[in-house]
Design a protein. Structure first.
Length: 380
């Protein structure tokens, strides 16, 4: 990798791209070591996947004490910062990559120009501030698929406006964990920003699909929660792969309540997963109404270790805190194998600078005011 990077660096220098050459040296590209600073690090799904891909951790920032304890337990050498991101001075860091799964929050638009200063008070502001102060060559923002249409699309447009003003080419794509050797249908939006001179290509989907049977083979025994007696009595009637529609009509009405006549799919309620399918999206609790994830053979929620397996965490990754905290940490995590695929694409991107041009792709997203121009440029 060092030789490859040296060749890339020489070609950049010889092509008179002096600014990019200096930036590469400043960020340590010639050493073949790419570092990541991650905000909202949680239990380490993204950090672990990035590590598997070959990226190095510069710092992980997390406010939840149990999640910090999980990170420190598994990687004592990682720089885990238990702190509110709003209190962190990012100017002292020099990471190649800034990453984070920031929460989806609405912005206040009245009389605002939708610029950097207008998003103060949100966690996205802290993510953008980290990018502004660190100036990484690439950033990765992970969020729920619903961000695309949140607040009529204005939330995402504001984010793209801010990130574009910071000097980045922004792309967005929804990735399904099921396409990356994860036994789970979990769609997440990945916003990727690159500085001029770098082109990020989203990872290719895996040829093989992992089922629940594959994921839970020889899974170690572990702690887990239980269904309430009422929910247990309902779920024991549901066959593998089934849900509330497989219940007797009267039990359907009682279990669903007002939702029975509200229309819509609701196939995730009273759901027993079958062995030969991929699990529905794991949430922060496997035993609550509307988020039930029942074991195929036994009438119980998945255990903590089973939950972790479904999120592609290795068995060696230990969780800390109460049982409910462990479920929450796993449910909030980025699936490890998805992060690994993204990390591999990041390394390829950083190892192969493309001059100083911005190359638009079908995943490029610009502020709405610039979308018409993007369309013209993309097809000219």
């Amino acid at each position: 990798m060092i030789i490859e990077n040296s060749v890339n660096l020489i070609s950049i220098y010889q092509s008179n791209k002096l600014e990019l050459f200096i930036n590469c040296c400043h960020k340590g590209k010639y050493m073949g070591k790419f570092t990541v600073l991650e905000l909202f690090a949680g239990a380490g799904g993204m950090a672990l996947g990035f590590e598997m891909a070959g990226l190095e951790t510069e710092a992980l920032i997390e406010i939840n004490k149990d999640a910090c304890a999980t990170l420190e337990k598994n990687r004592p050498d990682w720089n885990v910062i238990h702190q509110d991101v709003a209190e962190v001075d990012f100017t002292k860091y020099n990471a190649d990559v800034v990453a984070g799964g920031f929460p989806c929050q609405a912005f206040s638009y009245a009389g605002k120009g939708l610029g950097f200063e207008d998003i103060r008070g949100t966690l996205f502001f802290e993510f953008a501030r980290a990018i502004k102060e660190i100036q990484p060559n690439i950033f990765v923002g992970e969020n729920v698929e619903g961000l695309k249409n949140h607040d009529g699309g204005r939330t995402l447009n504001t984010m793209v406006t801010v990130l574009t003003e910071l000097g980045y080419h922004v792309q967005k794509k929804v990735l399904n964990s099921a396409d990356f050797s994860v036994a789970q249908k979990r769609k997440r939006l990945f916003l990727i920003g690159t500085k001029p001179g770098y082109q990020f290509i989203y990872p290719e989907e895996s040829d093989s699909k992992i089922t629940l049977r594959d994921a839970l083979k020889n899974v170690p025994k572990s702690q887990g929660t239980k269904f309430s007696e009422k929910r247990y009595n309902v779920l024991k009637l549901v066959p593998p792969g089934g849900c509330w529609i497989d219940l007797p009509l009267e039990i359907q009405k009682e279990f669903m309540g007002a939702s029975f006549n509200s229309g819509g799919g609701k196939r995730g309620m009273a759901r027993r997963i079958s062995w030969d399918e991929q699990c529905l999206t794991l949430t922060t609790s496997p035993s609550q109404k509307q988020t039930e994830r029942c074991h195929p053979d036994e009438t119980r929620p998945f255990t903590v270790r089973e939950y972790a397996r479904i999120q592609s965490f290795p068995d060696s990754w230990e969780l800390t805190g109460s049982i409910s905290s462990m479920y929450k940490q796993i449910g909030n995590a980025v699936a490890v194998n998805v992060a690994k695929a993204i990390g591999t694409s990041i390394i390829h991107c950083l190892n192969n600078p493309s001059g100083d041009k911005i190359i638009h792709t079908k995943f490029t997203v610009l502020p709405k005011a610039n979308q018409k121009q993007l369309h013209l440029n993309h097809f000219n």
